[in-house]
Design a protein around this ligand. Sequence first.
Ligand code: AMP
Ligand code: MG
Length: 332
Amino acid sequence: MQTRIETLQNGLGEAVELIKKGEVVVFPTETVYGLGANAFDPNAVRKIFAAKGRPADNPLIVHIADISWIDRLAVDVSRSAREVIKTFMPGPITVILKRSNLVPDEVTAGLDSVGIRFPIHKAAREFISACGVPLAAPSANTSTKISPTSAEHVFEDMQGKVKLILQGGDCEVGIESTIIDMTSDTPTILRPGAITVDMLAQVLGKVKTFDGRIVVAKAPGMKYRHYAPSCDMVVADSQESAAAEYAGKVADGKKPVILAKQDYIDGIRKLLGKFDFIDLGQSDNDAMRLIYKAMHEAQQSFDYIICQDFGGDGVGASIMNRINKASGGKRV
Ligand code: AMP
Ligand code: MG
């Protein structure tokens, strides 16, 4: 078998076809590269184990492209599990939940639970979305070898064992996802990762770590202070409320600033004329890259921050996760 590396642009169509035919495809994520197959197709899933030389009793993680897929794959999802999902997904975390009967034994190694991950990596999500089914995927290395963080790593290790590797450059996180078991009485971290013990403790109140320690959130409200700028910050429901809040603060003798993407700033310009703002770029990805920088700048030169709302989807939700912490949930 010949192995090729293709960009998402050139390879997406073929990759989706391969998945639909029950074959495996290597795809990038923010953690490490994954070796994916249709999670609903037991035969396709077996090919993952064959290509990796992975023992069949080692369960696979199911990768999704939309939060709504969780309720198809899992049952009895607790409130605290939903809180973890809301706070950290999409992102480098795998949540273990009680599985639904749609998930084959081949994926879970016969366990009655399933590991679910919603990657934030754009190409991963586009690929999974286009497949229209969740993808079972372990790291794209042969068993016992080091996990791959570039397409070239995969090629070296898996050459001749897979047809197609989608190119996604270097993985930004670079280690496998944090795994948290939400089926046990005390949520238990089975594998540490970029989402840390403290981050999970802050959301859950209490977690058990990999080595059996119980970690309790340091103080209620910690999660808000963690990301907070030194001045007050609020999230605006709309451009109108942002403009009104800005004008009100100026009237109070404050020095406010608006943090928003360009189209939003253009809208406010029509309402306020001249005002101070920090540009968060054009896309949600720009805003994610720039948000902390903007907060740093804002707290240095201004004393009140008004930030736009980025909504509840995709990267927007991840930005909002940070902004809600920074603002302590205050809205105008
Ligand atoms: P990886 O080798 O990165 O694909 O990670 C797969 C790992 O996820 C497995 O080795 C398990 O440690 C963990 N895992 C996946 N599904 C489950 C599950 N249902 N219950 C417990 N651990 C799981
Ligand atoms: Mg692995």
